[in-house]
Design a protein around this ligand. Structure first.
Ligand SMILES: Cc1ncc(COP(=O)(O)O)c(C=O)c1O
Length: 439
């Protein structure tokens, strides 16, 4: 294989059958589409190249910077494509949650701009979200940017409708699979592949996988977050099913240890979600059927992510004081108070108010007198024991009140006598018109 440019090596990834002795399905052949074998390391190589290829020459002439709102694989592919064409690349995000990816992006020459925002995904209806404002500025005429706009760009979906989907059909000897299973981030890959497969055979069933609410699987969105994506259309999916980070890691371990596939967590989530969905159906089948799932990227960048969730896999002692160990009953019994009650309580008892959001969101607007301990750091702090004395009450606040409720439950279990969580988080506080200050 000889190429004039590395971009010619994008696509044409292998479709590999998973050993039935591993997945246990008796009538279904299960295949993995190995998108992590794209040259920049993930399925986003296709979207990044399709969104830029016709615009790079013009952008170079005008001296533009390539910009994308991404903290992961799209940014990585765009950084490499930009460097290859002599253009600067800037990644804008509200939080780089995987330090290895942030460091890699810097190594690739990317500029990283972290802005506050409710989530990395955009909500065009939210006028106050700095990411939304930034997004709007990028699209104004005269902006010196080549903005690839992956959450709204049809070329993202198109890359998979023209490439990934037809490749699957060709590798299955001209037939579409009976089921197609994919994790949903921007929704570009699942929507594009689904379109190509259904054009070939409308009977294909499409299973989209999203992260369980208030859980985090890097690269994919929860059911709430995905609604904010411009190219997401719920009609694409016959079913949308949640996957937890534990399930994603369990699926990933099977791919790593039994299948010879160096898959990352979303590959594991797709495998886990596929087998879970197909197991029941398999029992009623008499004829052979076929299913395909996507392995998006490789495992190496996620070792830190795995260390925090499953230290046992790395030979480390288990973490006792972690929200991951809470039972649903513990979470449900956390003390949660609304904005009015919280304001009265602050006035009377002067609790320590801890804001768990990122530093940029905190700097933009926060409750007066609160301290900022970003949730990842808070997670580390509580591992070593109670981070505050027992005598002062504590009010925890996060963007929407979900994480803070879990931490309130954890601190209560660790013996703090009066920890409360702000219901609805800083968003509810803001919506109630309660005062917020800026740094
Ligand atoms: C690791 C990982 N898996 C899955 C996806 C989902 O792909 P899509 O954006 O096409 O929905 C992404 C997207 O960024 C990703 O980074």
């Amino acid at each position: 294989m000889r190429y004039d440019s590395i971009t010619e090596a994008i696509g044409g990834t292998p479709l590999v059958r998973i050993d039935p002795a591993v997945h246990g399905l008796r009538h279904i052949d299960l295949y993995a589409k190995l998108e992590m074998l794209n040259p920049f390391g993930s399925l986003k190589d296709r979207a990044a190249w399709n969104m830029t290829r016709d615009r790079l020459a013009g952008a170079a002439e005008r001296g533009e910077t390539v910009v994308e709102l991404s903290s992961g694989n799209t940014a990585k592919a765009l950084a490499l494509i930009s460097g290859l064409h002599g253009l600067p690349f800037k990644s804008v995000t509200n939080r780089m949650r995987i330090p290895e990816v942030k460091e890699l992006l810097l190594l690739l020459g990317a500029e990283i701009e972290e802005l506050p925002g409710r989530s990395e995904c955009l909500d065009p209806a939210d006028e106050d979200d700095p990411l939304t404002l930034f997004h709007r500025q990028l699209n104004l005429p005269g902006s010196a940017h080549l903005h690839t706009d992956q959450y709204f760009n049809a070329l993202n979906t198109e890359a998979h409708a023209a490439g990934t989907g037809p490749e699957i059909i060709a590798d299955l000897d001209g037939r579409a699979p009976d089921w197609f299973v994919a994790c949903v981030g921007t929704a570009g890959s699942s929507t594009g592949v689904a379109r190509a497969l259904r054009a070939h055979d409308p009977a294909v069933r499409v299973i989209g996988l999203v992260g369980e609410k208030s859980d985090f699987i890097p690269g994919i969105r929860t059911i709430d977050e995905v609604q904010e994506v411009g190219i997401f259309d719920p009609a694409t999916y016959d079913t949308l099913e949640p996957v937890t980070s534990d399930e994603a890691i369990e699926g990933m371990l099977t791919l790593l240890r039994r299948c010879g596939l160096l898959a990352g967590p979303t590959g594991g989530a797709a495998y886990f979600g596929a087998v879970r969905h197909l197991r029941e159906l398999d029992a009623g089948l008499t004829e052979r059927r076929t299913a395909v799932f996507i392995v998006c990227d490789r495992v190496e960048s996620y070792v830190g992510y795995i260390r925090r969730r499953r230290p046992d896999l790395l030979g480390l002692p288990p973490v006792r004081n972690s929200v991951a160990t809470l039972t649903e009953a513990e979470v449900a019994s956390a003390a949660v108070i609304g904005v009015d009650e919280a304001r009265a309580w602050i006035g009377e008892r002067h609790p320590l108010v801890v804001d768990l959001r990122g530093p940029f969101a905190y700097a933009a607007l926060h409750i007066e007198g609160s301290v900022n301990i970003v949730d990842e750091l808070f997670d580390e702090l509580v591992r070593g024991g109670l981070p505050f004395g027992r005598s002062r009450p504590v009010l925890l606040a996060c963007p929407v009140g979900e994480k803070s409720a879990r931490y309130a439950a954890l601190l209560t279990r660790m013996g703090h006598p009066d920890v409360r969580s702000l219901a609805g988080g800083i968003i509810a506080w803001r919506d109630a018109g309660a005062p917020l200050v800026r740094d």
